[in-house]
Design a protein around this ligand. Structure first.
Ligand code: PMP
Length: 393
């Protein structure tokens, strides 16, 4: 048998061992982690909807009306009219012909990519795409060409050299860096080289674009230019589940072929009921988006003035770059001693030498809570940390 214990020990020694914290109570910035009160700056509840009373009420009403369990997969007898209503709501929200509701974003990416690409095809994937995209690419059996992050020159030469069916897949807002893919250029290249473009905007929906309709609409692109977009409901929408939105032909194809759609129990109908309400709150959430922008701008100005290295991100994902994983954990622990929860992100989630603290903001954070984060950061001597990290990375 493989020496699993030794492998775990190596992970420990390399500063890469990961732990789960036990959270009590509803998800909001001030919560209890492992029994201690903390102020969290690491969730993806970007609009602060995860415990919004209107969503909780919609879920409760849905439970009373429709019961709890999904009972069967969609193609047996699990496809409930509430799922259908959510799909129509999401299609209207994303300004697309239709939408298909998946159980998670992970399953949506794996299902879409494996259904649409296979042996003999080529997938072009950004080097910083989310793990679920990477796994979808691997499972598909297609040839995979990874292009350097947002490097359109390399992508173009790869596309030009490749024959056969081509699929290009990218995060819209990148999950660990917070930057936005060059979507207009991607769409133009896909048109020129006859490739199908899929954009996973898990972190864009709710936060970016007109009324939070995502980075594809923000870039002024429609369904002809970007045929498929993937979104999750577990982040800004504050619920759970995911969707793929696009033209009926492709969605029909996915219903027939996407194994992670077909071979799993449908999500509880009440979750779809709550998600319909959530789409409404997101559409009308401009005040929340304004609050987010205020927090982000203030954080960026003040953290940079303290000497922290930030990424060029205007989204709620604001990584503080450290480099060395041990140093990232040390900073995370120092903040936690001051009651601030920000998880250290290390390889393999990010490339070697790019360990970081992934600070994320929520419209539910107050200015006073941001003051607390900034005061704790000010206490943590950024310059020595960064210099030491560069030496030991
Ligand atoms: N895509 C991206 C870019 C993500 O960051 C995530 C979640 N971290 C997912 C997909 C997966 O979504 P879900 O959590 O709904 O499985």
């Amino acid at each position: 048998m493989r020496d699993f214990a030794a492998e775990l020990q190596q992970r420990h020694d390399a500063g890469l061992y990961r732990v789960r914290r036990h959270i009590d109570g509803p998800h909001r910035p001030a919560l209890n982690a492992d029994g201690e009160p903390v102020l969290a700056f690491c969730s993806n509840d970007y609009l602060g909807l995860a415990s919004h009373p209107e969503l909780v009420a919609a879920a409760s009403a849905g439970l009373s009306l429709h019961g709890l369990g999904g009972a069967a997969s969609h193609l047996i007898c699990g496809h409930h009219s509430e799922h259908h209503r959510l799909e129509e709501t999401l299609a209207a929200f994303t300004r697309r012909s239709g939408a298909l509701f998946f159980s998670t974003g992970y399953m949506a990416n794996v299902g879409v990519i494996t259904a649409l690409a296979g042996k003999g095809d080529t997938i072009f994937s950004d080097a910083l795409n989310h793990a679920s995209i990477i796994d979808g690419c691997r499972l598909s059996g297609a040839r995979v060409q990874v292009y350097p992050h947002c490097d359109m020159t390399t992508l173009e030469s790869q596309l030009a050299e490749t024959g056969g069916h081509k699929l290009v897949v990218t995060d819209g807002v990148f999950s660990m860096d917070g930057d936005v893919a060059p979507l207009r250029k991607l769409a133009a290249l896909c048109r020129q080289y006859d490739a199908l473009l899929i954009v996973d905007d898990a972190h864009g929906f709710g936060c970016v674009g007109p009324d939070g309709r995502g980075s594809v609409l923000e870039a002024g692109l429609d369904e002809d230019e970007v045929p498929l977009v993937v979104g999750t409901l577990g982040k800004a929408f504050g619920t759970s589940g995911a969707f793929v939105a696009g033209p009926p032909l492709l969605l029909d194809y996915l219903v027939q072929k996407a194994r992670s759609y077909i071979y799993t129990t449908a999500m509880p109908p009440a979750l779809a009921t709550a998600s319909c309400k959530s789409v409404e709150l997101v559409e009308h959430g401009q005040q929340r988006r304004n609050q987010l922008s205020r927090l982000i701008n203030r954080f960026r100005a003040e953290a940079a003035a303290m000497g922290y290295e930030l990424m060029p991100s205007a989204t709620p994902i604001q990584p503080i770059m450290i480099g060395n994983p041990h140093e990232a954990v040390r900073l995370s622990q120092s903040l936690e001693q001051q009651g601030i929860l920000v998880t250290a992100i290390r390889p393999p989630t990010v490339p070697q030498g790019e360990s970081r603290l992934r600070v994320t903001f929520s419209a539910a954070h107050t200015d006073e809570q941001l003051d607390q984060l900034l005061a704790a950061l000010a206490d943590c001597a950024p310059q020595p940390i960064r210099q030491q990290a560069l030496v030991t990375a």
